[in-house]
Design a binder for this molecule. Structure first.
Ligand SMILES: C[S@@+](CC[C@H](N)C(=O)[O-])C[C@H]1O[C@@H](n2cnc3c(N)ncnc32)[C@H](O)[C@@H]1O
Length: 286
């Protein structure tokens, strides 16, 4: 099967290349004697520190997730000061903590994995923020009850296609695998976005090239969202957790690539940081 070239960078998107075989490239990484993994990353003048237990069921920040922090650290046109934000799939609390460092007034941190609630709260406090500025919710975004829409919605969805060979009904499976084409959470998020995001609000999305970036952009643009690629990060497909099932996983990706629904070359792929701003009410009326 021939490779499909990675897409050329969008004109103004910053490009970051993580060399092959490098992991934890976008943070300072530590594993201490108590089996706690720590990731430290600079963000808008602050320092985000995220801890998780080694071997636990809450995803430790990966370069995929951290690429959004790198993108927004270098692009201050996305306003975070004073916003009400929703972190969909908060995991360890990486984006919740970053949003607070960026000046968010309040963050709703949502995850389907109940173990994320405590880890996120611990990381909020570890970073010196009051837990009163965060509402932690356990549940599926498909069923989230919305009382007031948010100014910012942020998400780093799972991006691997599912297969019985490596399907695991645990927290790490929920973090990495998303339905038959890897798009499960992307599609739910898009379906519910107008209910979640206030007019004029912005979706910040960590979008894998394994899950059809053009399809998401088209869906957003058709609904009047102004969609911008802030950054493209090129890196290895993170196959380490599925090392024993690497060939099966790749065999699920090849047909998606052949159908133009996934883009990667060899074991290299891209993560696009998308910022999609919803039209304001007056623009929607026109
Ligand atoms: C790739 S991880 C991202 C975690 C964290 N935001 C980060 O970047 O490190 C995806 C997260 O989404 C959660 N998740 C998956 N499907 C979900 C759904 N339908 N509703 C809410 N959370 C979901 C997973 O449990 C997981 O914590």
């Amino acid at each position: 099967m021939s490779d499909i070239a990675l897409r050329a960078p969008a004109s103004k998107a910053r490009r970051v290349v993580i060399p092959a075989a490098q992991t934890n490239a976008l943070c300072r990484f530590r594993l201490d004697q108590n089996e706690v993994r720590s990731a430290d990353a600079d963000f808008r003048g602050g320092q985000v520190q995220i801890d998780t237990a080694e071997g636990g069921s809450v995803l430790f920040p990966t370069d995929v997730g951290l690429s959004l922090l790198a993108a927004l650290d270098g692009d201050v046109t996305v306003e975070l000061a004073g916003v009400r934000a929703l972190d969909v799939g908060c995991g360890s609390g990486l984006y919740t903590v970053a949003l607070l460092h960026g000046g968010a007034a309040h963050v709703t941190a949502l995850d389907i994995n109940e173990l994320c609630a405590e880890v996120t709260t611990d990381n909020v406090v570890r970073n010196g923020f009051s837990p009163d500025r965060v509402s932690v919710v356990v549940g599926d975004v498909a069923a989230l009850v919305v009382e007031e829409r948010w100014d910012v919605v942020v998400c780093n969805p799972p991006h691997f296609p599912d297969d019985p060979a490596y399907a695991a009904a645990d927290g790490i499976g929920a973090a990495l695998v998303g339905g038959s084409d890897g798009r499960a959470l992307y599609d739910v998020l898009l379906a519910r976005l107008d209910e979640l995001l206030a007019p004029g609000g912005t979706l910040l999305l960590t979008h894998s090239s394994l899950t059809d970036v053009p399809r998401t952009r088209r869906a957003l643009e058709q609904r009047g969202y102004e969609c911008r690629t802030v950054q493209i990060c090129e890196l290895d497909i993170p196959l380490r957790r599925y090392a024993a099932h690497r060939d099966v996983l790749l065999s699920r990706l090849y047909p998606l690539r052949a159908a133009g629904r996934a883009q990667f070359r060899g074991l290299r792929f891209e993560v696009h940081t998308l910022a999609a701003t919803r039209a304001t009410s007056s623009e929607e009326i026109r």
